[in-house]
Design a protein around this ligand. Structure first.
Ligand code: PBG
Length: 330
């Protein structure tokens, strides 16, 4: 690629020196309607507990959720994504498939508070299992491992239960093979054909999820998630993951974490016509907040710049813990 003319005929600063011209040639714009706010809902009443490593984010009991959701609606956010923290965790994460479970209560409370707000639910087991892994375990291979196919069946039940509670979008995040197809079949089997699937299509086994695991107390009790989440070294495999989710009926493909995977987002933008989401994860949020608290970075400007980077790389929407403050600043 070479410019039509060379300097001094061509001067790119002509498009920059005047703020009005700069505005005119902007290629991407930020819009609160494209931001999705994650919210953590825990069993109990009157709970509003700040998450130490994610300042400005809270564990909320269902009765406290309404206020947060109404604020999000008032600011014109595109949606929320809910994560549940049950009173009791067990080996199969049974709270997550229970129509009266914590996430089901949260979905209903959110819909009651702001009926037009788009409600997404994270469909996974790690917040609900006592061992902290994203599915049920077996020891077929001589050591404990997540049983892919046994987990699929439960994932289908979980998504169905979220849809019954009123979720508009379900977001399977466990990186099980076949999960999108299973969830689609399960939803369609009960007449929820209008509930869309946002697939965590490219989800790396990333160290940037640290603060999230504090937020939902889901650090795995043994081992790590590298047996199901993707190796951060690989990009071709990431494209295969996304293609499989698309083939299984995903409506939106998500890339996660955000900034460490901008290359994957940009590549995927070239390869698919599906809408794309970027997830600016807990660690990315925590880094900017911590540096800002130390006076080392302008936190607001960095947060906006991160959003602009996601847009430029091809994201239609961004999931971010900074959604409220960003929407206030546009
Ligand atoms: C799994 C899930 C995780 C995140 C979103 N969904 C945790 C994990 O895979 O360990 C991480 C999000 C973040 O770090 O902000 N239910």
């Amino acid at each position: 690629m070479s410019p039509d003319h060379h300097f001094p005929t061509t001067r790119l600063r002509r498009l920059r020196y005047n703020p009005a011209v700069r505005r005119l040639v902007q290629e991407t714009a930020l819009d609160p309607g494209k931001l999705i706010l994650p919210l953590f809902v825990r069993a109990g009443e009157g709970v509003r507990q700040e998450i130490a490593s994610m300042p400005g984010n809270f564990q909320l009991s269902p009765d406290q959720l309404g206020e947060e959701v109404r604020e999000a609606a008032g600011l014109g956010l595109g949606g929320i994504i809910l994560f549940g923290i049950p009173a009791k965790k067990d080996a199969t994460g049974s709270d997550s498939t229970n129509d009266e479970g914590i996430i089901q209560q949260a979905i209903r409370a959110a819909k009651e508070a702001a009926p037009d707000m788009l409600v997404t639910s994270d469909v996974c087991f790690c917040e609900y299992t006592d061992h902290g892994h994203c599915g049920v375990l077996n020891d077929k291979t001589g050591h404990l491992d997540v049983d892919n196919d046994a987990t699929l069946e439960l994932l289908g039940l979980q998504a169905l239960s979220h849809a019954r509670a009123g979720a508009d979008l379900v977001a399977p995040s466990g990186m099980m093979d076949g999960m999108v197809g299973e969830v689609r079949d399960s939803l369609d089997g009960e007449g929820h054909e209008n509930v869309a699937i946002m697939a965590y299509a490219i989800k790396q086994a990333s160290a940037f999820y640290g603060p999230f695991r504090e937020a939902v107390q889901s650090a795995p009790e043994f081992g790590d998630r590298k047996g199901y989440q993707m190796d951060v070294r690989n990009w071709r495999e990431a494209m295969r993951e996304a293609a499989l989710d698309q083939a299984q009926g995903a409506d939106i493909l998500m890339v996660k974490p955000g900034m460490p995977c901008l290359d994957l987002l940009a590549r995927l933008r070239e390869e698919t016509s599906l809408p794309l989401a970027a997830y600016q994860v807990s660690g990315e949020y925590a880094m900017i907040k911590a540096a800002a608290a130390n006076g080392w970075l302008d936190g607001d400007a960095c947060m906006r710049e991160a959003m602009q980077a996601f847009k430029r790389a091809g994201a239609n929407m961004v999931i971010t813990y900074a959604a409220l403050e960003l929407a206030e600043s546009f």
